[in-house]
Design a protein around this ligand. Structure first.
Ligand code: SF4
Ligand code: FES
Length: 323
């Protein structure tokens, strides 16, 4: 085991654990933010730089500090390593700069963006951003395009985290989109106007940290904080069938996978559960969804409701015809 110290908290972790995952074992405010790393996607991380930390002691064998800030999502710990995150003014200053850079081309269209209220960049800018931008150059412009029947791409909002590319590569069997071009010309695109239709492609919407990929069946239907999320399940032959239903009144407005406190999907779901099952009778309700990621969604106190306003279902977990 490797013994390390992060912001004055000591912990022992398996060798080769990354600094970010070691911090997640401790939990709380010392956990660096992450916009591109996704624990269930191999090779993710190392793109956005928001997880930078300062290594003030490399290891007990070689106590020299690391010369530059390092990305905690892809730097493995060494025994005796000492790390600073929120205790380092240098890290906090650098993070402000990263947020400013991520927002260079990202439009401030949160009032009309479907991701508002559950956008990692919105939360990051709130916690670490500056109130003003210094950027005066022209911003990149793109047309919004439909990539397949279920997903809309707003390239102006994309931060090129590559999560959707890894998702398509690793959990679907035909990736036909990717990052085209390089540098400030880089963009997400499909090859020769292909449509993204694979059975698990909807998960790209859930892993996108911003509003670049949105659900065409939900777009502009409602602000997420006016909906009530409920855990539900069904027997599905393609996926685990465990989802979150987002209600308004008696209507299921959207279906998503369940996420953990870091905003990562616990189990990926298929397109059939996500897009085709919006009837209440298709689902068994488990209870209100606790949104672990800090979010404005929890502000509407939906967890206090005890009964669903529907004719077919009574108290959570029971069908009326079962009771
Ligand atoms: S579309 Fe979303 S998930 Fe894909 S690279 Fe851009 S920000 Fe990341
Ligand atoms: S989360 Fe580490 S570089 Fe993006």
């Amino acid at each position: 085991m490797s013994k390390i110290t992060i912001d004055n908290h000591e912990i022992e972790v398996e060798p080769n654990t990354t600094i970010l995952n070691a911090a997640r074992k401790i939990g709380g405010a010392i956990v660096p933010p992450a916009m591109c790393y996704y624990s269930s996607l191999k090779e993710s991380g190392g793109k956005c730089r928001v997880c930078l930390v300062k290594v003030t002691q490399g290891s007990s064998k070689d106590p020299r500090p690391m010369p530059k800030l390092v990305a905690s999502c892809c730097t493995p710990v060494q025994d005796g390593m000492v790390i600073q995150n929120i205790t380092s003014p240098e890290v906090l200053e650098a993070r402000k700069g990263i947020v400013e850079m991520l927002l260079i081309n990202h439009p401030l269209d949160c009032p009309i963006c479907d991701q508002a209220g559950e956008c990692d960049l919105q939360n990051l800018a709130f916690d670490h951003g500056n109130q003003k931008t210094r950027y005066v150059e022209p911003r990149r412009k793109f047309e919004k395009i439909d990539i397949g029947p279920n997903i809309k791409l707003h390239m102006t909002r994309c931060i090129l985290c590559y999560r959707c590319v890894y998702t398509a590569n690793q959990i679907t069997d035909d990736r036909i989109h990717g990052v085209l071009n390089r540098g400030d010309a880089a963009e997400i695109g499909t090859y020769i106007s292909n449509a993204v239709t694979n059975d698990f492609s909807g998960n790209m919407i859930d892993v996108c940290p911003v509003g670049a990929l949105t659900d065409r069946t939900f777009r502009f239907k409602q602000r997420v904080w006016f909906t009530k999320p409920v855990d539900a399940h069904r027997s599905c032959t393609k996926c685990c069938g465990k989802v979150v239903l987002w209600f308004q009144g008696e209507n299921v407005l959207r279906v998503t996978a369940r996420k953990d406190q870091y905003g990562e999907v616990k189990e990926f779901i298929c397109n059939d559960c996500r897009f085709a099952q919006k009837e209440m009778n298709s689902w068994i309700i488990d209870g209100p969804r606790h949104i672990e990621h800090h979010s404005v969604i929890s502000q509407n106190n939906y967890e206090e409701i005890t009964e669903l306003p529907t004719a077919d279902y009574g108290v959570y977990g029971k069908r009326v015809d079962e009771s």
